[in-house]
Structure formats: structure tokens, C-alpha cells
Design a protein around this ligand. Structure first.
Ligand SMILES: [Zn+2]
Length: 168
């Protein structure tokens, strides 16, 4: 499915709580367009970062003229309210960004997104959510990140080798 929203544009997130529509863009006054997308939402309780998970929803409204996306925080809260029993949803959340499902290679689509073999193609939002993501990683997350990085480096070397062989 082709998205009518330009996913490559860096979006600035604004949280608003409303019923119906949010009105016009809080930054430039242009029209906002509701769109169903896939998001990564992180939750926390106090300063403790809890789970982050993937949600398909239409809680985001995108400005036609500027990078603003208005997130309906009421709708997100409702979704978290009846969420998945195994998740610790805490009392605060942060919409980290869009998950670009199209960017996942065909042969990896059966793997869990965000696992070591299938890193999440996250298009990160700018704005209040950034503060949450800057929190120090715990030991497990650091190890996962190291592993991912190592994989990337291995992949890179492999590519260069192939290019060198082609050139020879
Ligand atoms: Zn705008």
C-alpha cells in the first residue's frame, strides 16, 4: 500500500488531546491530514523506560505544508488502556516515530521486527519524544546495539570486497 504521506520527511511531533479533529496546524495554520500509519510507541513510568512496541493506527495528523505531525494523545492513551496484557504500559508514553514496513526486505518479513536479525526501520520524530530516547541504555540494550553494529560492519566489509572483485 502506497502511503499518501511523505515518509522521508523529518517530522516534528506535537501532542494534543482532542475528539474529532485537531483543527489546523499549530505551527503554520495549514490543513492537517489524518493518516493511518505504523508507529513505534515507547512507554515509561516516572523515569523508568518500560516497553516499546509497534502500533498501526490513525492517531497521527500530518501537515500539508510543514513538518508537523499532531498526535492525538487521547487516542494513544485509549489504545494503551486496552493493550496487550503482557506489556508494561506505564503511565507515560512517547511516539518515537514511524516504522517503515516497506523498508523491510521480503525475506525478513517473517522475523520479529526489532530483533537482532531484523532491525526496526524507524523514522524517528523530532520533538518532545527525543528527550526520552536520550536516556542511557541498559546493559541488555547496549549489548543488542553492539551486536547490530557489528553486523552492519561485517555487511559493509562484505560489500566492499565484492566491489573490489568486480573492479579487478
Ligand atoms: Zn504546518
Amino acid at each position: 500500500m502506497q502511503s499518501e504521506i511523505d515518509l522521508s520527511q523529518q517530522r516534528q511531533v506535537v501532542y494534543q488531546s482532542f475528539e474529532g479533529g485537531p483543527g489546523s496546524c499549530p505551527r503554520c495554520g495549514e490543513r492537517l491530514r489524518q493518516s493511518k500509519q505504523t508507529y513505534s510507541v515507547a512507554t515509561r513510568r516516572g523515569r523508568k523506560l518500560l516497553d516499546s512496541f509497534i502500533m498501526g493506527s490513525d492517531f497521527g495528523w500530518y501537515c500539508d505544508a510543514c513538518p508537523v505531525v499532531v498526535i492525538n494523545s487521547r487516542q494513544v492513551t485509549e489504545m494503551l488502556g486496552h493493550s496487550i496484557p503482557h506489556w508494561d504500559v506505564g503511565n507515560e508514553f512517547c511516539v518515537e516515530g514511524l516504522v517503515d514496513l516497506e523498508a523491510i526486505p521480503e525475506h525478513k518479513r517473517h522475523l520479529p521486527i526489532g530483533g537482532a536479525e531484523n532491525p526496526m526501520p524507524l523514522i524517528e520524530f523530532q520533538g518532545p519524544g527525543l528527550a526520552l530516547r536520550r536516556q542511557p541504555l541498559n546493559k541488555k540494550e547496549r549489548q543488542q546495539r553492539k551486536k547490530l553494529l557489528a553486523q552492519k560492519l561485517r555487511g559493509g566489509r562484505h560489500d566492499r570486497k565484492q566491489t573490489a572483485q568486480k573492479g579487478a
